[in-house]
Design a protein around this ligand. Structure first.
Ligand code: SAM
Length: 244
């Protein structure tokens, strides 16, 4: 007999998101049907060959949890020499991103609709990414939910493995408590060096456009933390691991 302690729901992996039941607009629904075949990559657990996916060899930038995709599409438009891969689970956001991508006529963008932790593990080749962007990850502010935060030791390990030599990991948050968590987790991982850190009021972002959740945080009076980390084994001369 299975006790409630061992039931599948108790054994389920802790995830950094809950499936929100946000309603799709008609145009988002249509975008998922008509535009997904052009931009979407199905989760199949197989390593992606970026050259084949994008039809060329160019540096690949990954954005984790792109929300409505506004920032992702802007970066893809402004950087035609780079290829962009976005991962998100929220369907209305993916629909919104597809519409923006079509309107901007971007060719250097692909999307995956799946848990980014699993995509990183199963589909992203070692040392294949020139940059990973994690902008305003869900803060999970209650202490009992901190285990849901995406920045965890294993996640950091995987991001470090997937970055190419000289690649960067760019993170931003508007939650002071998550900022402390990120600083501590990155330092303890020993896998990254912080080459730039800014704390500001939305006026001095590192090289990224503003985001929807950043604007939301600023309206609430939050400060913004922006970091650029590089792999510790590629640290610029003179910087120790974890040093700011
Ligand atoms: C607070 S929102 C930020 C969205 C966007 N980056 C911005 O700044 O406006 C965090 C997003 O991450 C997504 N997310 C959280 N965990 C994820 C995961 N494991 N895989 C993919 N997306 C995830 C959520 O669905 C949500 O849209």
């Amino acid at each position: 007999m299975t006790s409630s302690k061992d039931s599948p729901s108790r054994l389920r992996t802790v995830r950094s998101f809950v499936r929100r039941s946000g309603r799709l607009t008609t145009s988002q629904q249509r975008a998922l049907e008509e535009l997904w075949p052009g931009y979407g990559v199905e989760f199949d657990g197989k390593l992606i060959r970026f050259d084949s996916l994008f039809g060329r060899a160019a540096p690949v930038v990954l954005e984790i949890g792109f929300g409505n995709g506004e920032t992702l599409v802007q970066q893809a438009t402004e950087n035609p020499g780079l290829d962009f891969l976005g991962i998100e689970v929220h369907e209305p956001g993916i629909g919104h991103c597809l519409l923006n991508a079509r309107d901007a006529n971007v060719r250097n963008l692909r999307l995956i609709r799946h848990d980014a932790v699993e995509v990183l593990d199963a589909m992203i080749p070692t040392a294949s990414l020139s940059r990973v962007n994690l902008y305003f990850p869900d803060p999970w502010p209650k202490k009992r939910h901190h285990k849901r935060r995406i920045v965890q030791p294993r996640f950091l390990e995987t991001v470090a493995e997937r970055l190419s030599a000289g690649g960067s990991f760019n993170v931003a948050t508007d939650w002071a408590d998550y900022a402390e968590h990120i600083d501590a987790a990155v330092r303890e991982s020993g896998r990254f060096v912080c080459v730039e850190k800014r704390v500001h009021s939305g006026d001095r972002p590192l090289d990224r456009p503003g985001t929807k959740f950043e604007r939301r945080g600023l309206k609430r009076g939050h400060r913004i933390w922006d970091w650029r980390f590089v792999r510790a084994d590629n640290r610029p001369k003179g910087l120790a691991s974890g040093e700011l």
